[in-house]
Design a protein around this ligand. Sequence first.
Ligand SMILES: Cc1cc2nc3c(=O)[nH]c(=O)nc-3n(C[C@H](O)[C@H](O)[C@H](O)COP(=O)(O)OP(=O)(O)OC[C@H]3O[C@@H](n4cnc5c(N)ncnc54)[C@H](O)[C@@H]3O)c2cc1C
Length: 411
Amino acid sequence: MNAIRPRLLILGTGFASFSLVKAIDVDSYEVIIVSPRNHFLFTPLLPSTTVGTIEFRSIIEPIRTARRNIRFHQARCVRLDLENNIAHCEGFFRNTPFQLEYDLLVIGVGMVSNTFGVPGVDQHAFFMKELADARAIRQRIIECFERASKPKRDLDEVRMLLHFVVVGGGPTGVEFAAEMHDFARQDLSRWFPDLMPYVKITLLEARNDILSAFDVKLSKYALRHFRRGGVHVRTGCQVAEVQENAVVLNTGENTPCGLVVWSTGIAANDLVRSIDVPKGPLQRLVTDRDFLVVGTRNVYAIGDCSILADQDLPATAQVAQQQGKHLAKHLNRKARRMPTKPFRYRHMGMLAYIGEYRALADLKNVKGRGFTAWLFWRSAYVTKLISMRNKILVAQNWLTTFIFGRDISRF
Ligand SMILES: Cc1cc2nc3c(=O)[nH]c(=O)nc-3n(C[C@H](O)[C@H](O)[C@H](O)COP(=O)(O)OP(=O)(O)OC[C@H]3O[C@@H](n4cnc5c(N)ncnc54)[C@H](O)[C@@H]3O)c2cc1C
């Protein structure tokens, strides 16, 4: 192995960084990874874990087992000294500070949930970004049912506990509402039959439609499907405050509920905000087509936290993954002094699960919906899962859920 390999410091273990790590030439670079998460998370299936359709460990892949000859530190980068090529970090467990020097830096730290400054969101709403969020949601759902089934219950309290509110009608909010609806209909109805008349799922969206990035016909189909299935969709509806057991709309209407899932978009995290370079919309780091951050010589940015100077791509897993792969190829070729080509994005289409074995498939030449699209959705995601272990576990979880139903234990 070459002893004078340049030190390549990669921040993050998400879609962008993980695909870079998988493809980078470790003989050409000394690869050091820093992330508060020691695993990759397949977020498209995260909503399914909130109700137990899929188990948590089935959609993660440890970074250490994904690639040999890398160094990993479970830590958070808190500040970058771009002048001196130093990353200031804090250990994940005890916040112990340490510094790492680099020759090349890749920032793939993603974004955080955007609260839009709405009061009470941080304190009372549940986000859906990490496995810990999904686990907290799952515990809260079961808690609401267990509390609602206590003897001599007050019916207003039962209605409050069993009202599940989702804020945000994008794919994540829609998929959670769909999974929650399936869970209630297919499993909870068997074990809490007397509570079913009180169960309500509400989806609040500020725009006039849901899934606005999808083809209009598909988005209208999803709306009709939800309304037929009993999910209360309220469009043109803005949340002014989230309280401990209620959502307050900007009309002043107070809606009691047992759970609020907040999924309204993304914002830059503290690290990205602190970097002193020209920024794009949402404070994303502006890059060229090889992901070199504008105004720097040796700093690259990929995934949600970055934006191309000449093209506004959506913040999605497929964009992040293609960018990570491209950067690996670019750096590998650069190390061998071979010519490189600028990044070109290939859009593969969009998929969303809408409940009751139905999905939407908005592909380049095909607009599919219903059961066939659901079969496609499932096969596409099994194919896209990173490892064979994940593929087997997810397929197994789908089968056991189908045969035995979802687990309703709380622990
Ligand atoms: C519930 C959900 C469902 C989704 N479904 C889809 C879908 O179906 N299709 C689709 O295309 N996209 C989907 N997305 C979007 C997709 O997940 C993101 O676009 C994608 O994860 C972005 O990849 P990334 O690598 O930029 O960031 P992320 O995957 O968010 O990874 C960021 C990484 O950086 C780490 N990090 C954060 N801060 C620091 C720091 N200070 N120092 C070091 N490391 C740090 C994090 O721990 C994480 O490992 C979904 C997102 C969610 C939340």
